[in-house]
Design a protein. Structure first.
Length: 298
C-alpha cells in the first residue's frame, strides 16, 4: 500500500510539475511529497524527475513509468467502481446446486422475482439430490438438507429439517390411518433411497423410551424426493417426506398428515459455499432471497 500511495504522489507531481501544487491537492506538505518521491526513486533505482530551481521535468525513465502508472491507477479506479456497483447490485454468473424439490417446488417458480431483484445475475441451476463437491465442481454455492459434515465450506442455516408422515385421502379411506408407530408395518410404505449409496433412508420417528423401532416396509422405494411425494399423492401408501416438500399437497388436502406427534427434526436446510470472507455479494443475494422465500412459504 505504501508503494501505491507513492505512485499516487508521483503522478500528481508529474501532472502538476510542482511538489507544492501536488502536495496542496493531496493535503500533505511539500516536504512529504518530495520525500515520498525520493523513496520511490531509491526503491526503483532510477531518477524520475530532473529538478531545477524553478521547475521539475520527467526524465525519460520517469516518462515511461508515468504512462504505466496512469494506466494502473485508472484500472484501480475502474475496479473500485465495478466492485461498488456489484455490492449494490450483484452481477455475473451464479452456479448453484440444489436438491430437485428445492429447485422445482421453491426456486424455479420464484425466479421471475429473483430476476427482477438481481437483473445482473445469470443463474445456472443444477438440480441434483446427491451431495456434490462444491469446490471441485466449480460451484458458487449449494443448498443442502440434513446434517452437514465437517468441512471448510462456509454455511448459512435457514430452518430445521422437519419430517412428516403423510398419505392420500383415498389410501387412508381404504386402509385406515395408522394410530401408532406400531401400526406402520401393516401399511404399504413409500421409502426414499439414496442414489449415491443405495441405502434406504431410516424414518425419523419419536418413540416411547425403551421401545424398539418397528420394521418399516419398503413397499415402494425411489431415489428421488419428488417421486416419493407423487407416489404418496397417487395413493400408493404412507410416505415420510420433508414437510417443506409437501406443503402444497398438505394445504390443498391431496395429502394428509398422520402420526404428527411421532415426527422429529433431523438436520436443517443450509446454503454452503467455498471459503470466502466476506461472503461474495452474489451468494449473499441468493441466501437473502432464499431466506425470504422460506419465510413466505412457511
Amino acid at each position: 500500500m505504501e508503494s501505491l500511495s507513492a505512485i499516487g504522489v508521483f503522478v500528481r507531481v508529474a501532472e502538476a510539475r510542482s511538489f507544492a501544487l501536488a502536495a496542496r491537492a493531496l493535503g500533505i506538505t511539500p516536504s512529504a511529497a518530495s520525500k515520498s518521491v525520493a523513496r520511490l526513486e531509491e526503491r526503483l533505482g532510477a531518477r524520475l524527475f530532473q529538478r531545477t530551481t524553478r521547475r521539475i521535468h520527467l526524465t525519460e525513465p520517469g516518462t515511461r513509468f508515468y504512462e504505466r502508472c496512469v494506466r494502473i491507477l485508472e484500472e484501480l479506479s475502474e475496479a473500485e467502481t465495478d466492485l461498488a456497483r456489484e455490492l449494490r447490485s450483484p452481477r455475473g454468473r451464479l452456479r448453484v446446486s440444489v436438491p430437485e424439490f428445492v429447485g422445482l417446488r421453491m426456486l424455479i417458480p420464484a425466479l421471475p422475482r429473483f430476476r427482477k431483484a438481481y437483473p445482473g445475475l445469470d443463474l445456472r441451476l443444477d438440480l441434483d439430490d446427491q451431495v456434490v463437491d462444491v469446490v471441485g465442481e466449480g460451484l458458487d454455492a449449494a443448498v443442502r438438507c440434513g446434517e452437514l459434515a465437517d468441512s471448510t465450506l462456509m454455511r448459512r442455516r435457514f430452518m430445521p429439517k422437519r419430517f412428516i408422515l403423510c398419505a392420500s385421502p383415498g389410501y387412508l379411506q381404504a386402509r385406515g390411518a395408522p394410530q401408532s408407530v406400531e401400526d406402520l408395518p401393516r401399511h404399504d410404505c413409500i421409502r426414499y433411497r439414496f442414489a449415491s449409496t443405495g441405502r434406504v433412508e431410516a424414518w425419523a420417528l419419536r418413540q416411547a423410551p425403551g421401545s424398539s423401532a418397528p420394521r418399516i416396509p419398503e413397499t415402494f422405494t425411489f431415489n428421488n424426493g419428488e417421486a416419493v411425494v407423487q407416489a404418496a399423492k397417487a395413493g400408493l401408501g404412507v410416505a415420510q417426506v420433508m414437510e417443506l416438500m409437501a406443503l402444497p399437497e398438505l394445504r390443498d388436502g391431496t395429502l394428509r398428515p398422520v402420526l404428527r406427534e411421532h415426527m422429529v427434526e433431523r438436520g436443517a436446510l443450509w446454503l454452503v459455499w467455498p471459503p470466502a470472507r466476506p461472503t461474495p455479494p452474489k451468494v449473499k443475494a441468493l441466501g437473502d432471497f432464499l431466506a425470504q422465500l422460506l419465510t413466505e412459504l412457511t
